[in-house]
Design a protein around this ligand. Structure first.
Ligand code: SF4
Ligand code: SF4
Length: 309
């Protein structure tokens, strides 16, 4: 169904919808997680968000060894004796194995959907949004990797009168920024490092586009909050945090910077996807004193600062 100005049939791939969130924007919110990300941060806690396709995750702890998946896979991609179980070169992500694995040994990550289907779910929260002053936050992965879907979804949310926010790496074309940001009330923008060599080493892309887009977004007039994941060995030092705070302060209208301490919550998902967790298990969450010292540095630049967002 096409309603005036909004393409409700626009397709996209999402991997989660989280209701009743009180972070990531004002009021009570629903977060829609879009799949696919052009960055590959070594510490990413949602590795299932990175590939812009449907994927199958294998969790050995839940597997009862019934062999149903091995018998039913149309591509013969499953072998009970194989480490990680799935031959990912053969797997077409058809999802047959996961749909029939009731114990949860195999789980599908990602589903193709439409703006209309997502809106049907979001509309169930209309009263919550209205009462709390909340709304919808698009996150990822990187939502800007599916600009057509994100733009139509944001238009549909605005047509409902809801507050809209995005959590983004800022890694997108200028054209996408120009078209999408005016549909957003709040941008939560990650700045991870201003040293491009370090950025390339740990994030696996240059920060050039991100820095350029941060400056561009700050001129559009949308509320902008900078977020910094604080990662040991990468930016967990006074100079790195000070450089980012100084940059944030230079951006038009930025008043707040959130510091997000590193955690390992998603580490086990790497194995489930047949990937390596290159951060290493020995890396620890920065302690409270370290985070409070960084907070003071940020505040010295005249910015509000919260730890944990
Ligand atoms: S169908 Fe599920 S429980 Fe059965 S062997 Fe496969 S992964 Fe294990
Ligand atoms: S998703 Fe389909 S092709 Fe891939 S392992 Fe499962 S059943 Fe086989």
């Amino acid at each position: 169904m096409l309603t005036k100005g909004i393409n409700y049939e626009q397709k996209g791939i999402i991997f989660n919808m989280q209701r009743f969130s009180i972070h990531d924007g004002p009021g009570i919110r629903t977060i829609v997680f879009l799949k696919g990300c052009p960055l590959k941060c070594d510490w990413c806690s949602n590795p299932e968000s990175q590939d812009p396709v449907v994927e199958i995750m294998f969790n050995e702890k839940n597997c009862t060894g019934c062999k149903k998946c091995e018998r039913n896979c149309p591509e013969s991609a499953i072998n009970m004796l194989r480490t990680g179980r799935i031959d990912r070169a053969k797997c077409t992500s058809c999802g047959v194995c996961a749909e029939n694995c009731y114990p949860g040994g195999l789980v599908k990550s990602g589903e193709e959907t439409t703006v209309e289907k997502v809106m049907t779910e979001l509309k169930k929260e209309t009263i919550q949004f209205r009462r709390s002053g909340g709304g919808v936050t698009l996150s990822g992965g990187e939502l800007l990797m599916q600009p057509e879907f994100a733009i139509e979804l944001l238009k549909a949310c605005k047509a409902m009168g809801w507050h809209t926010a995005i959590e983004t790496t800022g890694y997108a074309s200028e054209d996408t920024i120009d078209k999408l940001i005016p549909l957003v009330d709040l941008v939560l923008l990650d700045i991870k490092h201003l040293d491009d060599e370090k950025h390339k080493k740990y994030v696996h892309v240059s920060n050039e586009v991100i820095v350029k887009n941060a400056k561009k977004i700050s001129t559009i007039g949308t509320e902008l909050i900078i977020r910094v994941p604080v990662i040991p060995k990468f930016n967990c030092d006074k100079n790195s945090i000070s450089d980012i705070a100084k940059f944030a302060k230079s951006l038009n209208g930025v008043q707040r910077l959130d510091l997000l301490p590193y955690h390992k919550l998603g580490a086990n998902k790497y194995e489930n996807l047949g990937l390596d967790y290159t951060m290493g298990q020995e890396i620890k969450t920065p302690d409270e004193d370290t985070m409070n010292n960084f907070k003071k540095i940020v505040e010295e630049y005249g910015l509000e600062c919260t730890i944990g967002g």
